[in-house]
Design a protein around this ligand. Structure first.
Ligand code: CA2
Length: 149
């Protein structure tokens, strides 16, 4: 079965515990459970990770080069700052989906630029935590159609 990496960046471990007005009430564990359930119906495996450390996200992207068919990434604040994450994603050959829970384009100007978007095959923002499931469906259809990234 194809393996899809779902990677989450800094502070997303606080999901559902702070700022529900922006990020909703679901925790990251809830998101993982919903993605695992959907993955079963789509016949894919997932690895779901979160880290507050840039290098750990980069190491998981490198791991995906060996065993991953697609990457879904919410790099959180690193989205707007990390050339290193962009470089790692550029070394990955499969589909990359960028997810943001909030509508970053409706927020501060510094959230409007994304390094991840320079490599992503698709971007989902402002769909709440449901965005992860939408991204998972899209990643699977890109894998199935073998659409170039
Ligand atoms: O909307 C998103 O998913 C973001 O990637 C979330 C990042 C933010 O820096 C991006 O601009 C947009 C922040 C993640 C922090 O998550 C928290 C969740 C609950 C409470 C506090 C932080």
């Amino acid at each position: 079965m194809p393996l899809i990496f779902i990677l989450n960046g800094p502070n997303l471990n606080l999901l559902g515990k702070r700022q529900p007005d922006i990020y909703g009430h679901e925790t990251l564990a809830d998101v993982e459970l919903a993605c695992s359930r959907l993955a079963k119906t789509l016949n894919v495996d997932i690895r779901f990770h979160q880290s507050n450390r840039e290098y750990e996200l980069i190491d998981w992207i490198h791991e995906a080069r060996e065993s991953g068919a697609a990457i879904i990434i919410n790099a959180a604040a690193f989205t707007h700052t990390s050339l290193a994450i962009l470089d790692a994603l550029k070394a990955f050959e499969g589909p990359v989906m960028e997810v943001h829970i909030s509508n970053v384009h409706q927020r501060e100007a510094f959230r409007h630029h994304s390094y991840v978007a320079l490599r992503a095959d698709g971007v989902i923002a402002g769909m709440g935590t449901e965005g992860y499931q939408l991204a998972l469906r899209r990643a699977v259809s890109l894998i199935d159609n073998n659409t170039p990234g």
